[in-house]
Design a protein around this ligand. Sequence first.
Ligand code: PMP
Length: 285
Amino acid sequence: MTTVYLNGEFMPIEDAKVPVMDRGFLFGDGIYEVIPVYSRQPFRLREHLRRMQANLDAIRLPNPHDETQWTILIGKIIAATMFEDQSVYVQITRGVDSRRSHAFPKQPKPTVFLMTEHLTVPSQQQRAQGITAISAIDNRWLRCDIKSISLLANVLLRQLAVDTGSIETVLFRDGILTEGAASNIFAIKDGVLLAPKKSHLMLPGITYDVILELAATHGLARQLRDVSETEVRNVDELWMTSSTKEVLPIVSLDGRPVGGGKPGPAYTAMYGWYQVFKQAVMRNE
Ligand code: PMP
């Protein structure tokens, strides 16, 4: 039995029902977070909660809970499952209204939903051999920094990858790399880590920050700047990063090999640093 949380109550997932007048259902009017949990400890929880607050501010929805209340709630949902490693999903919408009207309800009562799933990590084969990606024009709106539940464009873009047997879609806007359909993208060229600067055109990934911190700690040169599509097609390594995938090497883009067509040395180093860092965080060092 899967236990979820909805508006103040824990219940079996089958019993969790949201009215059709919920603005999340009608308009995609809400935001979400995905928090990885290792050995029942949420990873980078404070950062996830801060990003959630920034998202709520961006959509002008008051936060229904403070950081302590969120921490308790997330702790409870983690305890309610049998999995040691999980991904906790949190969704907040602008709640139920009596009419379908674009304008905000006068006194919104947010719908708060949490569920947790077994953390599905990349396979050993994906880590050893790398994954394939395709590219597409980034046709999303201009507020990709908001972790909005309105994910139609991301869904369609990601499906392009699935349809061609790939794992991710790498997005370019006006010839410049933005991110993946569900990840941030990093590149390595001549030993330098390249990534787009945070802006409204990409999600400020929690993993993106971890990667940059680890690069700084270990003296990996890095440049945050516009990376052109031409550059991306000539890099030595390409990585995708996200909370559930951590860092994964992309070894083929649009059917052409990236660098040597296999996971590169910088990826191997970064993956190792990530694991050591994660273990240290989990031991509260
Ligand atoms: N960009 C997009 C569009 C995403 O959906 C995600 C998360 N799946 C990311 C980047 C990575 O963010 P994080 O590292 O916080 O998971």
